[in-house]
Design a protein around this ligand. Structure first.
Ligand SMILES: CC(C)(COP(=O)(O)OP(=O)(O)OC[C@H]1O[C@@H](n2cnc3c(N)ncnc32)[C@H](O)[C@@H]1OP(=O)(O)O)[C@@H](O)C(=O)NCCC(=O)NCCS
Length: 352
């Protein structure tokens, strides 16, 4: 008999242990995430959150976590994770957990629920298919390795943001993401509060590029390893092939690196990027600057989660990245699923 109840602090270790047994993916391609030591740390990035634990004979066997966000008109709910212990799968526990989120969404008259599915995670996709969610969008996941120093020489002034310049960066961000679904324009104060609330980010990691004294590009470099460590437990054949090829070529020229199977990766994320279209070199310079910071501190892997039509992808291509995908699944609750044609990816959602 399954009982679903609110999270209690003493669940922490049990849930972390379950997550370690829960690679997301299939037999050929999967990753496992370690969010130790605090399962709730990733939820503290949001204004509100809820975890419901499924227990069997008073033992935690799974959980779901979500946050409710305020849209321009109506609230909507993001399902951050659903995990079920491998010994208790295919008994309908995940269905019951997702129903909990749907009830919470209905209570606040949320327009819709959305969630991300890592591309090889067929079980999670089938779960959403079964429950009437639709795959609305592919999100591009781009991972780069800081395998060599880059020359930053396009002539822009690069600096960590000066608090007096925040309003200018906010204007650039608001213009860049104007009209994108799930984007709520920032004010100077709201951007400061948001960046400072995110562990491993903060305004000291927000870089701007100036041209003639004006900000024309910006991005944050977020150390997500303070919230999660990622290990690929199974890698696609193509990656293994590339690892071998790059390994041979590395004797002659510097080549990007691909994480090894079983290697614990501490990742950084490029977040809140924006640039004026005629200053794409400024964005490129910021990426090079971040690359060099990573290189100098022996942190190898950094990346971004973006709308596939975001022009930053063309710039990131130059860094010989690896590409993966997340699928956005959504379901209407008290309103409609919005048009995801062009959307803003909330970086806090990418702690998978
Ligand atoms: C995805 C997951 C949560 C499903 O949990 P579960 O309790 O076994 O799921 P349910 O028993 O409620 O299954 C509901 C439906 O999902 C689909 N499904 C679940 N597991 C599946 C699998 N291994 N293969 C294919 N479809 C699957 C099926 O359609 C299933 O309905 P059915 O049993 O009538 O065929 C679980 O496999 C898990 O914890 N995976 C690892 C963690 C993860 O990837 N979480 C999602 C990202 S945070």
């Amino acid at each position: 008999m399954i009982n679903i109840r609110p999270f209690r602090e003493e669940d922490n270790d049990a849930l972390l242990n379950i997550e370690k047994l829960c690679p997301q993916g299939n037999e050929e391609y999967a990753m496992v995430i370690d969010k130790g030591p605090d399962i709730t740390a990733r939820y503290e990035l949001y204004d509100n959150w809820e975890i419901r634990v499924a227990e069997k004979d008073a033992t935690a066997v799974g959980w779901i976590g979500w946050t409710i966000k305020q849209g321009t008109d109506e609230p909507y709910l993001y399902i951050a994770e659903v995990m079920v212990h491998p010994d208790h799968r295919r008994q309908g526990i995940a269905v019951e957990l997702v129903r909990e989120a749907e009830r919470a969404a209905a209570e606040v008259k949320a327009s819709h629920i959305y969630s991300y599915v890592y591309e090889p995670n067929e079980a999670f996709m089938n779960l959403f298919d079964k429950m009437g969610y639709m795959r609305e969008k592919n999100i591009q996941v781009i991972s780069m390795s800081a395998y060599k120093k880059e020359d930053v020489k396009a002539g822009y002034e690069l600096e960590r943001i000066n608090p007096e310049d925040i309003h200018e960066a906010v204007k650039l961000l608001n213009d860049y993401y104007h009209g994108n679904t799930h984007f709520t324009p920032f004010s100077t104060e709201s951007f400061r509060d948001y960046a400072e609330k995110i562990l491993g980010y903060g305004l000291e990691n927000f870089i701007v590029a100036k041209w003639k004294g004006h900000i024309v590009a910006c991005a944050g470099l977020w150390d997500t390893s303070v919230l999660m460590e990622v290990t690929y437990t199974k890698e696609p054949m193509m990656w293994k092939f590339m690892t071998n090829t790059y390994g041979i070529l590395r004797h002659f020229v510097s080549m990007p690196r691909i994480p090894g199977e079983g290697e614990v990766c501490k990742l950084h994320s490029i977040v809140d990027h924006a640039f004026e279209q005629e200053h794409s070199h400024a964005m490129e310079d910021i990426l090079k600057y971040c690359n060099n910071l990573m290189y100098d501190t022996n942190c190898e892997f950094f990346g971004a989660y973006t709308d596939p039509d975001d022009p930053i992808i063309g710039i990131m291509k130059k860094f010989k990245p690896m590409y993966e995908k997340l699928y956005l699944y959504a379901k209407p609750i008290s309103g409609k699923v919005p048009d995801f044609n062009r959307m803003h990816v909330d970086c806090r959602d990418t702690i998978l």
